[in-house]
Design a protein around this ligand. Structure first.
Ligand SMILES: Cc1cc2nc3c(=O)[nH]c(=O)nc-3n(C[C@H](O)[C@H](O)[C@H](O)COP(=O)(O)OP(=O)(O)OC[C@H]3O[C@@H](n4cnc5c(N)ncnc54)[C@H](O)[C@@H]3O)c2cc1C
Length: 525
């Protein structure tokens, strides 16, 4: 009976529909939550549902400063065309979209702190979105409170420290564009549209990873809003364990509002995309990709070989990158000599190369990612990859399949030596596994379960092909969290780092506020 009074308050609150009207009820709701700490799970249930979430939205709207905005469904566009509700919660893959009770667009880290405090006290489900390229439903979407980092958009280059500081509402190409004039770049996404937040906090593979390491390796500081609302600067010196955790364990420890990264010298680059369609060319690309992966040791060179299914036929595209105006002879000759159907390779700025990839062609369709770790690439494996795109493509063509790609992303075995310090991802630095990306894109939401099963089957087949080649150690290799399907066990992602991550979790987020947001969750006990 001890909880009778607070529950009555909550229930009477739930009866109200016009909660945006100025009222003291949201505060009562919060007070009721604060006074019933032992009934967390029962009352968390009470708080689920749109009406309860609306109360929390109203409370947030009353507590944050004028720098922050709260958007509601149905909100009409502002006169100046400012982004509103639907735009703020949209994702590259519409399968990741959910309609939340409100979208909160904090304008200051202090306001993020107030929002997290309210969310924690009311135990309200929430989401944090940076670039919205997460393909796991619920990882950056919710029916509760959607926090959009859209307003954190500053970019500052510090010539003295050779670092760049940027807000987590930005996409990588916006950062590249802002610092291009200084002759520098940072280790970020390889195509347009991808958010700086998700990539950095998940690990991150960049065009210049062979030269400098993972995206997270390049971070010198995070501005973090901790789950208790406190705003802190996290560096190796200030808190080495939290710094380690933020490099790969995503949203487990709070909300990052600003990232400081090493500035890397950047001049003109050489590269672009070549597409191949005829069977002999595709077979030759498999051989060339394997040869590149195993023999090219020049760290300025990188490729992505993409095996696709396009209207009943295989289509293979190779993105080439060289971090200088011209590559030395021999590095890419094999790819350049194979008969192609289309090419846009040229000397250009780094920004222009990133912008040239057609990454947004499928924006708004439904997509899932998954991945397998690869120790080495053989032509046989890549031919199997090509065959699988045809088998699966033919099966899925009638299920609204739009696009399917299997992407070989070979990296040098030295990429983890650039930063010897531990990071949450990958959990071992003793051997490098390249991430191999599986992407299925379709149109019809009623086919979601079909594509989910297909991506699982595809992954199984790829594992089987690699194991048949003797790559048995891939079974225990770290899985890149930014490619892994949503129910991948956290043990597979964080492996031997889990005990250390749990310690950080119990210190930084003892009441598991960040557990109210989706993602691969570290549970401290
Ligand atoms: C077209 C495309 C291209 C890609 N290219 C690359 C690539 O070149 N290299 C690469 O490594 N990966 C790449 N990826 C994968 C990419 O790393 C993930 O999709 C990543 O999650 C995207 O980050 P985001 O901020 O856009 O996503 P979001 O969906 O906004 O966020 C993803 C996750 O990170 C959390 N998160 C985001 N920002 C914050 C923050 N500031 N604080 C706390 N938590 C946060 C979210 O809560 C969510 O769980 C690509 C993906 C796509 C779809």
């Amino acid at each position: 009976m001890m909880f009778a009074a607070p529950r009555a308050v909550i229930l009477s609150c739930l009866a109200l529909t016009q909660i945006a009207v100025a009222s003291t009820l949201p505060e009562l709701l919060l007070e009721s939550r604060q006074s019933t700490s032992t009934s967390a799970s029962a009352e968390a249930e009470t708080l689920r549902g749109t009406s309860a979430y609306n109360l929390v939205c109203a409370l947030i709207a009353r507590r944050v400063s004028s720098a922050s905005l709260v958007h509601y469904p149905g909100e009409s566009p502002t006169a100046d065309g400012s982004p509103v509700f639907d735009w703020l919660l949209s994702h590259w893959s519409s399968a990741s979209n959910q309609v939340s009770a409100c979208v909160v667009e904090p304008g200051t880290p202090a306001d993020v702190g107030k929002i997290l405090e309210i969310i924690g006290k009311t135990r309200t489900p929430f989401a944090v979105q940076s670039g919205g390229h997460g393909t796991n439903p619920g990882f950056s979407s919710t029916k509760g409170i959607h926090i959009s980092l859209n307003s954190f958009r500053s970019v500052n280059y510090n010539r003295a420290t050779r670092t760049v500081e940027f807000g987590t509402g930005l996409k990588w190409e916006e950062v590249y564009a802002a610092i291009e004039r200084y002759g520098v770049s940072v280790l970020g996404g390889r195509v347009t549209g991808v958010g700086v937040g998700g990539v950095t906090l998940g690990g991150g593979y960049a065009w210049k990873t062979n030269q400098y390491g993972l995206t997270c390796d390049s971070v010198t500081a995070f501005e973090l809003v901790k789950p208790n609302g406190e705003v802190v600067k996290v560096t190796q010196q200030s808190d080495s364990q939290l710094f380690f955790g933020l490099k790969g364990a995503s949203n487990n420890f709070g909300i990052v509002t600003k990232i400081t990264m090493k500035a890397l010298p950047q001049g003109q680059v050489w590269g672009g995309m070549i597409n191949y369609m005829d069977p002999a060319s595709i077979e030759a690309v498999s051989v060339a990709t394997s040869k590149f992966a195993n023999q090219v040791k020049d760290p300025k060179a990188a490729i992505l070989s993409t095996f696709s299914y396009y209207q009943g036929s295989p289509l293979v595209g190779v993105q080439l990158f060289y971090d200088a105006p011209q590559p030395p002879a021999g590095v890419f000759d094999d790819f350049l000599s194979i008969p192609a159907v289309q090419t846009n390779v040229s000397t250009q700025s780094f920004l222009s190369l990133v912008q040239s990839a057609p990454a947004n062609a499928t924006y708004g369709l439904r997509s899932y990612f998954d991945g397998v770790p690869v120790a080495s690439y053989s032509p046989q494996f890549l031919n199997k990859v090509k065959d699988l795109t045809i088998t699966f493509g033919n099966q899925l063509a009638s299920k609204s399949l739009v696009f399917m790609t299997l992407v070989a992303e070979p990296f040098l075995p030295t990429i983890l030596s650039h930063n010897p310090a531990r990071t949450a991802y990958p959990f071992t630095r003793s051997k490098v596994y390249s991430p191999f990306n599986i992407l299925f894109t379709w149109a019809d939401p009623s086919q979601d379960a079909v594509f989910e099963q297909a991506i699982r089957d595809m992954k199984e087949q790829l594992y089987a092909a690699l194991l048949a080649e003797g790559q048995s150690d891939i079974v225990n290799a770290p899985l890149y969290p930014n490619y892994a399907l949503w129910d991948t066990p956290v043990q597979k992602v964080y492996g031997s780092n889990l005990p250390a991550l749990k310690l950080v979790k119990s210190r930084v987020d003892p009441s598991n506020v960040m557990g109210l947001a989706g993602g691969f969750k570290i549970i401290s006990r």
